[in-house]
Design a protein around this ligand. Structure first.
Ligand code: KG4
Ligand code: ZN
Length: 344
């Protein structure tokens, strides 16, 4: 059995966790920065990086104290090395390097997306490779066939905005606040999902990918028309996103040979309408549907420590020269998707 200290700092959550290779989460701590970013209506990279510098050391002390272990008891130190906001990634990775040097422990540079991709195994011990993963967060919207640790086949990505980004931007347009996903979901509860005719970009397309930029522009036009209530626009927008996610995932399932389960991860997986629709899709395909508990869906360090544990067990450790990477595709061989601001 091995014990891994995990560190996450790629966006606006600072987090540390201690996880064993036997899936035991000994301690996990997370500090959000919502209040610091709220005045700007989105995450400000510079503010996020400074906050990580201030908060991370005490979170690491806290998890060690809570689990009653010292650095000497840890087998390796894993940190997110990308992709993400580079200032934040640097803070976590350099902290991990310092601890690794001081304690004489190996470093594991974890791809944040691999953390999300493997996190469902933490709560579902019977989940086996390969599984189809819908990764829907603020920065990413991808369908991946998870074949093994370090082996991912990207089936689809977004050609413009990520799904969470669309929620955040639409919430801003509708004056619903930050972060946008939960705000839109709340407003949608009292709205009519059929009230506003909105597009479903790429739905039914032969191309496997996602697109949300046109939907966000349609939200802006609906708002400016003055014909609709904000809660009706929110409900109609949410329904359009759900329809797109289900359509694209259904297409991927048809091509994902041997997938044993449909798995969802990332912040948008917290959305109840998204979860319900995917539950139905998995059932229709005779597959189990697996959604990690909400705190494991959004950014956290337990998923980084867990990915670190799986890598450590396979001897996949990194040198102290491991780079921080703003972009770091999980499947470097994936065909490039068309589009201007394509997410890796
Ligand atoms: O995975 P995550 O915590 O961070 C990233 O790696 O991006 O995801 C955050 C994203 C944000 O865009 C947020 O608006 C969205 O997940 N989100 C939601 C909900 N909760 C969070 N989107 C829709 N419905 C929700 N309930
Ligand atoms: Zn994430």
């Amino acid at each position: 059995m091995s014990l891994i200290l995990g560190i996450e700092s790629s966006c606006d959550e600072t987090a540390a966790a201690l996880v064993t290779s036997e899936r035991r989460i000994l301690a996990h701590k997370l500090a959000g920065q919502e209040a610091a970013h709220r005045p700007y209506g989105g995450v400000v990279p510079e503010i996020a990086a400074r906050a990580h510098v201030e908060i991370l050391p005490s979170l690491i002390e806290d998890v060690l104290a809570e689990a009653n272990v010292g650095l000497a008891d840890v087998d390796a130190i894993a940190a997110t090395a990308g992709p993400g906001l580079i200032g934040g990634v640097l803070v976590g990775l350099v902290t991990a390097k310092g601890l690794a040097m001081a304690a004489g422990k190996p470093l594991i540079a974890v791809n944040h997306l691999e953390g999300h991709a493997l996190s469902p195994m933490l709560s579902k011990p019977d989940l086996v490779f390969p599984y189809l993963l819908l990764l829907v967060s603020g920065g990413h919207c991808q369908l991946l066939l998870v074949e093994d640790v370090g082996r991912y086949r990207r089936i689809a990505t977004t050609i413009d905005d990520a799904a969470g980004e669309a929620f955040d931007k639409s919430a801003k347009l509708l004056g619903l606040g930050f972060p946008g996903g939960p705000a839109v979901e709340r407003a949608a509860e009292t709205g009519d999902p059929k009230a506003v005719p909105l597009p479903r970009p790429l739905m039914g397309s032969d191309e496997p990918h996602f697109s949300f930029a046109g939907l966000k522009s349609a939200v802006l036009r609906a708002r400016d028309s003055g014909r609709y209530q904000a809660n009706d626009i929110a409900a109609s927008f949410q329904q359009a996103v759900v329809d797109c996610l289900v359509d694209r995932t259904a297409r991927a399932l048809a091509t994902a040979d041997g997938a044993t389960a449909l798995v969802v991860a990332g912040g948008v997986a917290a959305n109840q309408k998204v979860r319900a629709a995917l539950t139905g899709l998995a059932a229709a395909n005779g597959l189990p549907f697996i959604a990690p508990p909400l705190w494991l869906c959004t950014d956290n360090a337990a998923m980084i420590a867990w990915a670190g544990a799986l890598r450590f067990e396979r001897g996949l450790i990194d040198g102290l020269d491991a780079p921080a990477r703003a972009r770091w595709p999980l499947d470097p061989d994936a065909e490039k998707a068309r589009g201007a601001g394509v997410k890796a």
